[in-house]
Design a protein around this ligand. Structure first.
Ligand code: AMP
Length: 418
């Protein structure tokens, strides 16, 4: 028997209501804030990701699904979508064409990570990007929108962590200092931290090893080493957040795993999700457009983990809304044939209707309708055929009435969808 590849999962219809809720609400909310949907390819040239995410990151070093196509080109299944959106933005000259550089996209991402609850090798993200804006109010507005989105979903307990990781002017000086202090403690750190210390020092803050944590907590915080512009930007972001009444915690440890971030970084966590409790993360990437060959352009974005939102909704006991449904029970061949016409007409009139095609008995069909949780049952037998009616039974109170066939769609619409 074939099984889904480790780290991938099938999303079955029973869970799909939650996915629709997550995606529909994202569309609704993001469009209210001026974002337009963009869809970029699932695979791109490998170097697009290695250049933008950074060679010495976990994603590029260990997690990319890279393959050579039949022409010998190295391609990679996207581990994240920002690089693709920025590539598209440059390729289509959106700096000249788009009046509002706000985009969102929804789709699968691929990373060869160790699978566990909330962490998969194929997972889904909903992302929002603002390209061409540097004002700190934009950073705060993006975060504010995310809270609004979560509230709309019914997820009211998210925690926000915030940091600034500076810019190419102030970060190198801080990194030098950090490297020197890390070097002095090198032998006490785990092997992962030791290898990160030279190549990607900032990533030491990501280490979960309890032994390293004590040392990490003593390291200098970047917040105290920002240049005056970065410091002002960070202060202003916080002042807008306060204006919006948003609670947050500044966390010097929030360095994010991708190289392209500058200034504001943030992460939302949700209680009750276990080890993988980050539901979304993002930040500024003012250098990425230029790095990929475009003009110097500021930008900021967020990536939301859809699977983790589904887990959070389940954790909160929020279930998909129950679908309104009707079941047509037929008795006898003639009624079945007439029933096929009737069910077609009902569906064309916007009424959800199911039926039996296996010749079940009257009782069998009623039992099935009950199991399906149908709100209404239509019975069409010889008597009804003669009279040109159906018997409509409401499952909520067991009440029954005869309804003329031509009045059926409008009656059902009124009773069930009213
Ligand atoms: P990142 O692109 O790493 O900043 O991740 C953004 C968000 O995507 C995280 O906060 C998670 O919610 C989600 N995410 C990242 N990696 C995975 C994964 N392997 N499986 C499921 N969700 C993920």
């Amino acid at each position: 028997m074939y099984r889904a590849i480790r780290g991938t999962r099938d999303i079955l219809p029973e869970e799909m209501g939650l996915w629709h809720r997550i995606e529909d609400t994202a569309r609704e909310v993001f469009e209210l804030y001026g974002y337009g949907e963009m869809r970029v390819p699932i695979f791109e040239e490998t170097t697009l990701f290695s250049r933008s995410i950074g060679k010495h990151t976990d994603i590029v070093e260990k997690e990319m699904y890279t393959f050579t196509d039949r022409s010998g080109k190295s391609l990679t299944l996207r581990p994240e979508a920002t690089a693709g959106v920025v590539r598209a933005w440059i390729e289509h000259h959106l700096d000249q064409r788009a009046l509002v550089g706000r985009y969102y996209y929804i789709g699968p991402m691929f990373r060869y990570e160790r699978p566990q609850k909330g962490r998969y090798r194929q997972f889904h993200q909903i992302d929002a990007e603002i390209i061409g804006e540097s004002h700190p109010a934009v950073d705060a507005e993006l975060i504010e929108m995310l809270f609004f989105y979560l509230n709309r979903l019914g997820l009211k307990r998210a925690n926000l962590m915030l940091n600034s990781i500076g810019c190419p002017r102030c970060r190198p000086g801080y990194l030098d200092k950090l490297r020197r202090q890390v070097k002095a403690k090198l032998t006490e750190l785990c092997s992962d931290c030791q290898s990160r210390s030279e190549r990607n020092t900032l990533r030491i803050f990501d280490c979960k090893n309890t032994n390293c944590q004590g040392i990490i907590n003593e390291l200098p915080a970047i917040e105290d080493h920002l240049c005056s512009e970065c410091s002002r930007h960070f202060q202003q972001v916080q002042s807008y957040l306060r204006r919006f009444g948003i609670e947050y915690k500044v966390s010097p440890r929030l360095v994010r795993g991708l190289d392209y971030y500058t200034r504001t970084t943030f992460e939302f966590t949700y209680p009750g999700l276990g080890a993988q409790n980050a539901i979304m993360g993002g930040g500024r990437y003012d250098g990425l457009v230029a790095l990929l060959g475009g003009k110097e352009t500021p930008a900021i974005g967020v990536a939301i983990g859809s699977e983790r939102l589904v887990l959070a909704l389940k954790e909160e006991g929020i279930s998909p809304p129950e679908a309104v449904s009707t079941f047509l029970v037929t008795v006898g061949e003639e009624a079945f044939q007439r029933g096929m016409e009737l069910i077609r007409e009902l569906r064309h009139q916007g009424v959800f209707c199911l039926s039996d095609y296996q010749g079940r008995s009257l009782r069998g069909q009623l039992r099935l309708a009950n199991k399906l949780g149908c709100q209404a049952v239509l019975i069409l037998g010889e008597d009804e055929l003669k009279k040109g009616v159906v018997t409509l039974k409401m499952m909520s109170d067991g009440s029954q009435q005869e309804v003329a066939l031509d009045l059926l769609p409008s009656t059902l619409r009124r009773l069930l969808y009213g």
